[in-house]
Design a protein. Structure first.
Length: 151
């Protein structure tokens, strides 16, 4: 998903002005387990900027505050979410109040969602057992009789 230079510039400026819940969540998500998913903050995706993004899980995480429900903001999220879903991304949203009240629970929920989506993606791309079956090698000279069924 290529993003324009303007979107990258916007993402960079948004990284410098995170809200308190985003700062807390970012700090908590940075303390990931070795081998765990990498979650980026204010990541450009096409024409949009996601609050947080896990590329391995193709997961977009949004944190929204009370002002998010004002004006035309909810209507603007519909095409944004539609575009992201069309790109094969999963979008989850957390209210800022929930992040403030239960930071560990939100972070654990994000980790669990990432790991679950990563497992599903691996399972979809793993070869099936039936596709791994190969034809047996042809019998070598003198083995033809041993391989045929008894009369």
């Amino acid at each position: 998903m290529r993003s324009s230079k303007d979107t990258h510039t916007l993402a960079k400026s948004l990284r410098e002005t995170l809200t308190p819940p985003e700062v807390m969540l970012c700090s908590r998500l940075k303390t990931r387990q070795p081998g765990g998913p990498r979650i980026r903050r204010q990541h450009p995706l096409g024409p949009y900027v996601a609050d947080f993004y896990c590329a391995e899980a193709r997961l977009v995480i949004e944190v929204y505050g009370w002002c998010h429900n004002l004006g035309d903001r909810p209507e603007r999220d519909v095409p944004r979410d539609g575009w992201m879903t069309a790109q094969g991304l999963t979008v989850v949203r957390y209210p800022a109040a929930e992040v403030l009240a239960d930071l560990t629970g939100v972070a654990d929920g994000i980790w669990d969602t990432c790991l679950d989506l990563m497992r599903r993606r691996r399972a979809q791309h793993a070869p099936s057992v039936s596709s791994l079956r190969a034809e047996p090698p042809p019998p070598q000279a003198g083995q033809e009789d041993r391989l045929s069924p008894p009369p």
